[in-house]
Ligand binder design. Structure first.
Ligand code: G3P
Length: 215
């Protein structure tokens, strides 16, 4: 699994989200054995889903049922908008443990793949028993930076893989080269969560194709 998180970077929402998604879709059509997902801004899920043939994730869900929850984005609505999955507890939109547990439960009910982010192996220990579909390990201090999580501390990546146990682990934060990808795989990662190296690149499709040379 390879998730590209659009965040709210300039050029990654509105009509431009569709254009960026098409570029990635065209590039990903050149490869056959990799599942690529786009975590687009919530407000663009339906737009991207309906215009581009690539699976879409939400960047967040609020763990509530249909009802009196004005302004929240609930799993069922996100699913109906066309998302196949969602990030939960991204460090830029953190949630407490009870909310994470409930979000995973509600995602499961509506068949939305849950990817719960964790900033340390200790947090992975706390969320593993919620049984998300994936855990994504991202040290916040490395997000958007030039030093990747695998360059910074291989030991902590291996510890995260081990803490996740039977839950497949994605790795993110500063992933910016094919070498990061191949080293992450060697350390036990099942996939990656990447943003700036692709979304902020001058040529996102080229940057994406370069990164996945690491597979
Ligand atoms: O969700 C992915 C993200 O937080 C990693 O960002 O820019 O370090 O690839 P980046």
């Amino acid at each position: 699994m390879f998730i590209i998180n659009f965040k709210n970077y300039p050029g990654a929402f509105g009509k431009e989200a569709v254009d960026l998604a098409k570029e990635i879709r065209d590039a990903s059509n050149e490869i056959s054995n990799l599942e690529v997902f786009l975590a687009v801004p919530l407000v663009d899920i339906y737009r991207v889903h309906s215009q581009v043939d690539i699976p879409v994730f939400s960047q967040h869900v609020d763990p509530f049922l249909p009802g009196q929850t004005t302004g929240f984005s609930i799993p069922l609505a996100v699913r109906k908008a066309g998302a196949v999955g969602t990030l939960v507890n991204h460090s830029e939109n953190p949630m407490d443990l009870d909310m994470i547990r409930e979000a995973v439960r509600l995602c499961d009910e509506v068949e939305l793949t849950s990817v719960v982010c964790a900033d340390s192996p200790a947090v992975i220990d706390q969320i593993r028993d919620f049984k998300p579909d994936y855990i994504a390990f991202e040290p916040p201090e490395l997000i958007g930076g030039d030093v990747s999580v695998v360059e910074a501390d291989e030991f902590v990546v291996a510890s995260a893989v081990s803490a996740a146990g039977s839950i497949p682990l994605l790795v993110g934060a500063g992933i910016g080269s094919a070498a990061d990808v191949s080293r992450g795989l060697e350390l036990g990662a099942e996939g990656f969560l990447v943003a700036s190296a692709i979304v902020k690149a001058e040529d996102p499709a080229k940057a994406f194709l370069e990164l996945i040379q690491g597979y």
